[in-house]
Design a protein around this ligand. Structure first.
Ligand code: ATP
Ligand code: MG
Length: 430
């Protein structure tokens, strides 16, 4: 049975025979020796091939092939402090499985080049670390919801109405008609709480985002939840439990990867519940005091959130936004109907919004009034309106951008590094 590199990098393996399978990460010929740094999904290790120990043909071939050639080898582990990961393998048998010549990616390639060659760049140690963190984030999110009694479910991707406003809808021809790609599964989740009470989904959402920011994709992974009988505060409590649970898991499982990416781990370790809750009104004052050009009633864009959250070192919930700047479905605060019972969760360090959520309107008259104010035709939303006719209940929900979350947790400069194949206004390849 072959081993993986990570497991053999310890003293217990010294003097033991191992079998490794992987790809050439670096290679150097020194006289009758070839030094190969081998990589697999787990780590890298230096392997030394001595000419006299293997058939001449194989040595010649090894000398010729380039980085990213795939290999299988057998050898004995030795401690070697000068080797990149502290151990070395003395090779006794080796075979080239798939040769590689002139691998296009070398040092100093531009960002555009790496994006065009993402299918090859995903092999990089940097992408490997990011993708592992992403894996743990998704895993921990599912763990959280299952433990909390949420049912996993799915909404359709082809839809006929907007959730977040018409300007970012993608239109798709559909047998002589037009439909859209979904911006959010929220409305469908709202229908499902009447059956399952607490539901969640992890699915793509599509938004024709015309602005170029560090945090917008046109196709992103959206974790959404909706719960019957929940008010705004109940939902925020679940969300902070969820965020803290996921961060804990990432710290348990992915320290090595975070270190590789030079992430400030201490900042993540210091994140504690409860998160600060700040009303929108207070946030505007805070922003103005810190030199951000913004007025009461303005929506927060990427630039404003960056400027504001540079002063935060933990996530902060912003609540009670003015009703005009949020979609129609948010429930107005009975104590002051000019503001709504909603929340955005802003990640610190200049990252900004990762969650948008809140309480939904559950009274029919209020919903119809808000739709009229926004110029929406209730017939277009007949099924959404129906929910308020047949046994309506208070409920709340949220949407978490998974790629945004990974972007922040991993401390990346742009959201496009947080997803294997980013889709942006200019990029639909590879
Ligand atoms: P923003 O103001 O940043 O455009 P939004 O208010 O449009 O966000 P929501 O409609 O509340 O966002 O969506 C819920 C969550 O989905 C957001 O908090 C964010 O994490 C994520 N999200 C929204 N749009 C995008 C996008 N274009 N790319 C990646 N993630 C997104
Ligand atoms: Mg948006």
């Amino acid at each position: 049975m072959a081993q993986q590199i990570e497991e053999i990098l310890n003293d217990e393996f010294v003097g033991k025979k191992v079998e490794l399978r992987g790809w050439i990460y670096r290679k150097r010929r020194v006289g009758k020796l070839i030094f190969i740094v081998l990589r697999d999904s787990t780590d890298i290790v230096q392997c030394v091939v001595e000419k006299r120990k293997i058939p001449e043909e194989t040595f010649k071939l090894l000398d010729k092939v380039g980085v990213e050639s795939s290999l299988v080898l057998k050898g004995t582990v030795r401690k070697e402090e000068r080797a990149p990961t502290g151990y070395e393998v003395d090779v006794e048998e080796i075979a080239v499985v798939g040769p590689s010549y002139n691998f296009p990616i070398s040092k100093d390639k531009s960002d555009e080049f790496l994006l065009d060659n993402r299918h090859l760049w995903v092999r990089s140690r940097e992408m490997n670390a990011i993708l592992k963190i992403r894996h743990t984030v998704f895993k921990a999110l599912h763990e959280f919801f299952r433990d909390r009694g949420y049912y996993e479910t799915q909404g359709p991707m082809f839809v006929t109405g907007a959730v977040e406003g018409g300007s970012t809808l993608f239109e798709v021809p559909y047998f002589g008609k037009k439909v859209y790609l979904t911006q959010s599964s929220q409305f469908y989740l709202e229908t499902l709480i009447f059956s399952l009470e607490k539901v969640y989904t992890v699915a793509p959402s599509f938004r024709a985002e015309k602005s170029r920011t560090r945090r917008h994709l046109t196709e992103y992974w959206h974790a959404e939840a909706e719960a019957a009988w929940y008010h705004n505060d109940d939902m925020m409590r679940d969300e902070e439990d969820m965020i803290v649970h996921i961060i804990q898991r990432v710290l348990e499982e992915r320290k090595k990867e975070l270190k590789y990416l030079n992430r400030d781990i201490e900042l993540l370790q210091n994140i504690e519940k409860p998160f600060e809750r700040m009303r929108y009104e207070k946030l505007i004052n805070f922003a103005q005091e810190h030199g951000v050009n913004i007025e009461y009633g303005d929506d927060l864009g990427a630039d404003e959130e960056t400027a504001i959250t540079k002063h935060f070192n933990a996530p902060v919930f912003i609540t009670h936004y003015p009703r005009e700047i949020k979609p129609f479905y948010h429930r107005p605060d009975p104590d002051n109907p000019n503001v709504i019972l909603c929340h955005d969760l802003l990640a610190p360090e200049g990252y900004g919004e990762i969650i948008g959520g809140g309480e939904r309107i559950y009274k029919l008259e209020v919903l119809l009034q808000r739709m009229e104010e926004e110029g929406l035709n209730p017939e277009d939303y007949y099924w959404y309106v129906d929910l308020r006719k047949y046994g309506s209940v208070p409920h709340a929900g949220f949407g978490l951008g998974m790629d945004r979350f990974v972007w922040w947790i991993a401390g990346l400069s742009h959201i496009k590094y947080a997803i294997p194949y980013p889709r942006t206004i200019r990029r639909t390849k590879p």
